[in-house]
Design a protein around this ligand. Structure first.
Ligand code: ADP
Ligand code: ADP
Length: 223
C-alpha cells in the first residue's frame, strides 16, 4: 500500500540519514524499529511530505506522494515526536480548530467529529482543560485525536510511548490498536516491546538502511 523506493536523504550539513531504503508497507499496524539516529524520523517526515528526499520515490496506493504532496496530506494523520501545544487553549477548542483547518466547515459535523474523538481517546472529561496541563499520556492521546481528524487512511506516529509510564503506555497502544486494519498505521519507535505487542509486520532501520523486514516473532530474536 505504501511503497518506498530507493529513498536516500543527506542533510545540508552532510549527514547521510537514509541510504537506499526500500519498503513495502501493507495495511494495518506496521512497526518501524530502530535505535536513536537510525533515520526513522527523517523517513517519517519524508512520507508525511514535510521534507523532500535527496533521492527516491514514495507511492501511497496509486498516489505519487512527492509529485502530489497535497493529495497525500488530505489522507494523512501525523503525530510527530515533539508536537507543540498552545498554552491555555482547551482540548475541545484545539480539536475544533484543527477540524476547521482540515476543511470540516459545517459546525454540526465538527461537533460530531470532535466529540467522537474526545470519547475515543478518553479525554471527554477533560475537554475543557488546557492541553498545557495534560500529563504525557493525555498529551499523546490528544495527539492521536488530532491525527485522526478527517478520517485519514495513512497514520504515522513517531516515538509515541517514549517517556510514558507503563499504564499510560498500555492505554496509548490499545488506542492505536483500535484504529483499524483498513488503514496504514506506522509506529516508529526504538522500543522493541511496542512493535512486538502490536504490529504483525515490521522492519528494522539502522544507520539509514533497512536491516531486516518481516514478522516480529521472526525478527526480534535476531535484534
Ligand atoms: P531517528 O528518528 O531514528 O532517531 P533521525 O531521522 O532523527 O533518526 O536522524 C537520523 C540522522 O540524521 C542522525 O544522525 C541525526 O543526527 C541526523 N539529523 C536529523 N535531523 C537533522 C537535521 N535537521 N540536520 C542534520 N542532521 C540531522
Ligand atoms: P450546540 O452546538 O448544540 O450549541 P454546544 O456547543 O453547547 O452545542 O456543545 C455541546 C456539547 O459539546 C457539550 O457537551 C459541551 O460540553 C461540548 N462543548 C462544546 N464546545 C465546547 C468547548 N469549547 N469546550 C468544551 N466542551 C465543549
Amino acid at each position: 500500500m505504501l511503497t518506498i523506493e530507493n529513498l536516500s536523504h543527506t542533510y545540508p550539513n552532510g549527514t547521510k540519514a537514509l541510504s537506499g531504503v526500500n519498503l513495502d508497507i501493507p495495511r494495518g499496524m506496521y512497526g518501524l524499529l530502530g535505535p536513536n539516529g537510525a533515520g526513522k524520523s527523517t523517513l517519517m517526515r519524508i512520507v508525511a511530505t514535510l521534507q523532500t528526499p535527496s533521492e527516491g520515490e514514495v507511492h501511497f496506493g496509486n498516489l505519487d506522494v512527492l509529485k502530489d504532496p497535497d493529495a497525500l496530506r488530505r489522507r494523512l494523520g501525523y503525530l510527530p515526536q515533539d508536537f507543540g501545544v498552545y498554552p491555555r487553549v482547551s482540548a475541545y477548542d484545539m480539536l475544533d480548530h484543527m477540524a476547521v483547518l482540515k476543511g470540516i466547515s459545517a459546525r454540526s459535523e465538527r461537533k460530531a467529529v470532535v466529540e467522537t474523538l474526545l470519547e475515543q481517546t478518553n479525554l471527554w472529561a477533560v475537554r475543557g482543560k488546557s492541553i498545557a496541563g495534560f500529563s504525557g499520556g493525555m498529551r499523546q492521546r490528544f495527539g492521536i485525536a488530532q491525527a485522526l481528524i478527517g478520517d485519514p487512511d495513512l497514520i504515522i506516529v513517531d516515538e509515541p510511548t517514549a517517556g510514558l509510564d507503563p499504564e499510560e503506555r498500555n492505554r496509548f497502544l490499545n488506542l492505536l490498536a483500535g484504529i483499524g486494519d483498513e488503514k496504514v498505521v506506522i509506529l516508529s519507535t526504538h522500543i522493541v516491546d511496542d512493535v512486538d505487542d502490536l504490529c504483525p509486520q515490521m522492519s528494522v532501520l539502522a544507520n539509514g538502511q533497512v536491516q531486516l523486514e518481516g514478522k516480529p516473532a521472526d525478527l526480534i530474536a535476531e535484534t
